[in-house]
Design a protein around this ligand. Structure first.
Ligand code: SAH
Length: 264
């Protein structure tokens, strides 16, 4: 019996074996690996073939879990039933590990935010996502889709758009095209600014992505004015700086670091 695809869990099973192998081949390896959402194991079969990989799996769907347990040897002790987003990763991996998966598209952003929370333990991620999300994450400033997650991830990871996968490679076919991306942790150990404020600045600046940043960032500038005891004129002069006339989609990671320091 095959697993019945459930929409709410973002289940689109990859049926193209060549694509499955290419995804597994894209993983550099040499570390323990967590597969997120193995489903019926199309990636799992190739991951198990690799001797350089110590594999763990997390799958939320009990029907898929049962399928994997009956179709693959060695699942006991490796396969966990549960929600990746709730997983305490430090309990499973005391050290560094990589992540792979054909991610459920409805939670792909949340998966990447979780990766960011564990960025110093996760040197590599290979994942299939919606094509549009892959482009968003991989593209630099100036592109139409560049956004919050692009900046936050690019601060810590080199991101490669590896290849596009048509919807015909899945059962049932998703409405959109897909793509595989690889994230490789860069050598950065600190941002050169307050990290929490950096996140706030990026998220706030993109509140109105097609507009100058002056408006959305005004409350943060005002907070600084209060901390520094500035007059209203001083605040206006501060906000008159050219950077506040730019649109957030034009700013690189370095530009956001500089902006964060300006607002600190
Ligand atoms: N890797 C399989 C399945 C991809 S579909 C393939 O390529 O064919 C996405 C898979 O993620 C499904 O099996 C779904 O049940 C699982 N999933 C959805 N939400 C999840 C979550 N929060 N945690 C873990 N797995 C999840």
């Amino acid at each position: 019996m095959e697993v019945r695809a459930k929409k709410a869990l973002g289940q689109h099973f990859l049926t193209d074996q060549k694509v499955a192998r290419a995804i597994v081949d894209a993983l550099h390896g040499g570390l323990p690996v967590l597969e997120v959402g193995p489903g019926m194991g199309v990636l799992t079969q190739y991951l198990l073939e690799r001797e350089d990989i110590d594999l763990r799996l997390i799958e939320i769907d009990s029907e898929s879990v049962e399928y994997l347990l009956t179709h693959f040897a060695g699942m006991q002790g490796r396969l966990m039933e549960g929600d990746f987003l709730q997983l305490k990763l430090e309990k499973i991996f005391p050290e560094r590990f990589a992540i792979i998966g054909n991610f459920p598209y409805n939670i792909s952003s949340q998966i990447f935010f979780k990766v960011l929370d564990y960025k110093d333990r996760i040197p590599e991620v290979v994942g299939m996502v919606q094509k549009e999300v892959a482009e968003r994450l991989a593209e630099g400033p100036g592109s139409k889709t560049y956004g919050i997650l692009s900046v936050l991830l690019q601060a810590w990871y080199d991101i490669e758009y590896l290849f596009t996968v048509g919807s015909g490679c899945f059962a049932p076919p998703p409405k959109v095209e897909s793509a595989v991306i690889r994230l490789t942790r860069n050598s950065r150990t600190s941002l050169g600014c307050d990290e929490a404020l950096f996140k706030t600045v990026v998220k706030t600046a993109f509140g109105q992505r097609r507009k100058m940043m002056r408006n959305p960032l005004k409350p943060l500038a005002r907070a600084k004015a209060e901390r520094c005891g500035w007059s209203e004129e001083q605040l206006q002069a501060f906000l008159a700086q050219e950077v506040f006339s730019l649109r957030p989609e034009k700013l690189s990671v370095e530009d956001f670091v500089a902006l964060t320091n300006l607002l600190a």
